[in-house]
Design a protein. Structure first.
Length: 496
């Protein structure tokens, strides 16, 4: 209903007198409804407060002086207090209007600042932070010191095995881990070139499918993921290794440079357990195929499936070689968790390497914008408090003679102070409600209509935020009455 009314008001009139009159009528009815609602709230507020005050004052007196409780006396007290409160509420209309609009404007500005801040953080998270994944943490085992062939005691973090990986993946803020395993056995490749068999020793590293998936030629991805002994081994060459060969070895020895497209899907033999230096009895010869080039592994080693490395380390390597990893990449779930996770892993003794600049920039950007918005909000609150404080002080001083008369007639300082506090609390409550109603109407009217770079602006407030703003909007005028109440008490409102 509210959205429909707002839609009618925002529709173009095109000079049509009928449409203009309808809009004016709607605006008049809306203002009348607001005034009527405010009046009803004020009267109900005054009577309910008067009832509480009368009960608090009347019954203790009856108990202390042991006088019977008379309903007529109680009713007279309630009516009298209620009338005094209503009179206080409707007094000093000009000052009340200033306070009322100061609350409306300040609460509206605070709500807009909050909406801008929430939308900015949402935009950074959905469009920027999620598009730039959190910098990955590289975790490596700490080297073990040795004297000659004698190894000293292994310090914490010197082994990166399955147990340590399970502990890391359970850490708060860790999204996934991607372990790498070096092939710790002799290896050789036999590559056929123009009818000749070219032999070269290999250094291999097993990489997880999750890291190199996009670098593998699509038809070989299943073979990488589901490799078994006896099947063709898919192989990747790091671009770093390719560039090193083309720019150093090829240039220095007048060898032909390798272009990726000319050697793709080249097939060759891989000898597991055999090299030019050492041969393990029962070594195995597998067929290999070059399936792509990768930037995900920047080493001078040939990349094979992690399952292949684990299988042959277990078959020909030393004890436990199939459970030890050369390093692992730890993926965190947000930029904010990058440093805490890095510290927790480092505390375990492991070597931690990460580039934190992007995460720090994103976090710094969020913090700077939130600081700016909070500073603007603080300025608005300060200006509202100062304006309302001066207004309430002037209003109270102007009515000092009236308060002296109330004191002579028997009203206490506490009751007079309470009527002033309740008046401005009511003004703050109604003004805040109107501001929140305007924000809600705007959110319903233009919801989804403002987009920027694929991001839809959300002009709305959560219920919890709206409740907090309502509380602050009510308390700001109450707190601002402190100078006025202080002046009221220091003027010596005695009954003399």
């Amino acid at each position: 209903m509210i959205a429909r009314i707002a839609e009618i008001l925002m529709a173009p009139s095109d000079g049509d007198i009928g449409v203009i009159l309808i809009k004016l009528l709607i605006i008049g009815l809306a203002l009348s409804a607001v005034i009527l609602s405010a009046t009803v709230v004020a009267i109900a507020f005054a009577f309910s407060t008067a009832l509480v005050v009368s009960l608090v004052v009347y019954f203790p007196k009856a108990l202390v002086f042991k006088t019977p409780v008379k309903f007529t006396g109680l009713l007279h007290s309630i009516l009298q207090n209620a009338l005094l409160m209503i009179k206080e509420i409707v007094s000093q209309k000009f000052i009340s209007v200033i306070v009322f609009f100061a609350v409306i404007i300040s609460v509206f500005c605070l709500s807009i600042f909050r909406i801008i801040g929430d939308n900015f953080n949402k935009y950074i998270t959905t469009q920027f932070a999620s598009a730039i994944p959190p910098n990955t943490i590289k975790v490596s085992p700490r080297p073990v010191a040795s004297i000659g062939f004698l190894r000293l005691r292994q310090p914490p973090g010197s082994k990166l095995n399955n147990d340590e990986l399970s502990r890391i993946v359970r850490m708060e803020g860790v999204k996934a881990i991607h372990p790498f395993m070096s092939v710790q056995i002799p290896m050789r490749a036999v590559v056929p070139i123009f009818g000749l068999r070219y032999n070269t020793d290999l250094v291999c590293i097993g990489a997880p499918y999750s890291i190199v998936r996009d670098d593998i030629k699509p038809e070989y991805r299943s073979a990488w993921l589901n490799w078994r002994e006896g099947r063709e081994v898919p192989v990747l060459i790091p671009n770093f290794l390719l560039e090193t060969y083309n720019n150093s070895m090829a240039e220095a020895n007048n060898l032909p440079k390798i272009r990726p497209e000319t050697v793709m899907e080249t097939r060759f033999e891989i000898h597991f357990g055999r090299s030019s230096v050492r041969t393990i009895q029962g070594f195995i010869v597998e067929k290999g195929v070059l399936t792509g080039f990768t930037d995900g592994v920047n080493t001078l080693a040939v990349v094979v499936p992690l399952g292949t490395a684990r299988h042959y380390n277990g078959k020909f390597g030393s004890r436990g070689a199939d459970e030890e990893y050369i390093y692992t990449l730890v993926e965190v779930d947000s930029h904010e968790n990058l440093e805490p996770v890095s510290k927790r892993i480092s505390d375990k003794g492991f070597i931690v390497e990460t580039e934190k600049s992007v995460s720090k920039e994103i976090i710094s950007l969020k913090q700077n914008v939130n600081t700016l918005i909070n500073s603007l909000s603080a300025i608005i609150i300060f200006l509202a408090v100062v304006a309302i404080a001066f207004s309430t002080a002037i209003a109270t001083l102007n009515r000092m003679e009236y308060y002296r008369v109330l004191r002579i007639l028997g009203s206490s300082k506490i009751f007079i102070s309470l009527t002033i506090i309740l008046k401005y609390a009511l003004l703050g409550f109604i003004g805040t409600q109107i501001s929140l109603w305007v924000i809600e109407s705007l959110s319903q009217t233009i919801a989804g209509s403002i987009e920027m770079a694929g991001f839809t602006l959300d002009i709305s407030l959560d219920k919890s935020v709206a409740s907090t703003i309502l509380l602050y909007g009510t308390l700001i005028p109450v707190i601002s009455t402190s100078p006025a109440l202080f002046g009221l008490y220091t003027k010596g409102l005695s009954r003399d």
